[in-house]
Design a protein around this ligand. Structure first.
Ligand code: SF4
Length: 221
């Protein structure tokens, strides 16, 4: 079975109060569901809560076939450092980076990661698994168009989370993607495209019902 490590590099400093505002990394949770469709086993590390040395020790003993990281611009330098550490610990692992910064500036990860995913990553999972199994990198950059029908995506895989770490934010959901507007400070249109795509109300309510088992105190969209 292909073992996938999903990693969220550190984004907040060590302040306990800041950590209480942490949101579950929905992009990685959607990716976990996508990898599971291809029979992968998934482990998740949120480096806001787990020390990087713990991740490196696990990588070195388990040699996962795939290590996939998400990247934001504020966490860019941390992301590169984590990639260098896990590369040294497990040279055979395929290292994949996606998320907002990889989508906006993929060249920043050239010669750093093996595969850079530009755009929404769920539909890149099969190609990443193929690359890992065949040990060949067909494309160092995988570009994926926005997912047209969001109802077709499996719900984010919250089973990989340590629920307590996200406090009242555990009920965060994506109910839509994309935006046609041009607010100067916002990158949504560059990351998710200008077309507004909404999930159907029934699909949202199904996920909402599922959230009950996590005792989510607030549902946020
Ligand atoms: S998503 Fe971004 S561009 Fe769209 S309305 Fe909100 S802030 Fe403005």
């Amino acid at each position: 079975m292909v073992l996938v490590y999903l990693v969220k590099p550190r984004s907040v400093e060590s302040c306990e109060e800041e950590k209480k505002g942490a949101f579950p990394p929905l992009g990685l949770l959607y990716l976990s569901s996508a990898f599971r469709i291809y029979g992968c086993s998934v482990k998740f590390y949120d480096l806001d809560f787990t020390k990087v040395n713990g991740l490196v020790d696990d990588v070195s003993s388990e040699n996962p076939e795939i290590i996939a990281l998400t990247s934001t611009t504020p966490s860019y330098h941390n992301t590169v450092k984590v990639i260098q550490r896990v590369r040294e610990a497990s040279p055979s692992s395929i290292i994949v980076v996606g998320g907002p910064h990889a989508t906006l500036v993929p060249e920043d990860f050239r010669n750093v990661a093996d595969i850079v995913v530009v755009g929404e990553g769920e539909n890149a999972a099969s190609e990443i698994v193929e690359s890992a199994v065949g040990k060949h990198l067909k494309k160092p950059i995988i570009k994926r168009p926005p997912v047209e029908d969001l109802d077709k995506l499996p719900f984010p895989d919250r089973s990989i989370l340590n629920i307590e770490q996200y406090h009242e934010n555990i009920g965060a959901m994506f109910t839509s993607r994309g935006c046609p507007y041009n607010c100067l400070f916002c990158t949504t249109r560059f990351i998710m495209g200008r077309k507004f795509r909404a999930r159907s109300p029934i699909n949202i309510v199904e996920e909402w019902r599922m959230l009950k088992k996590y005792n989510a105190p607030k549902i946020r969209s």
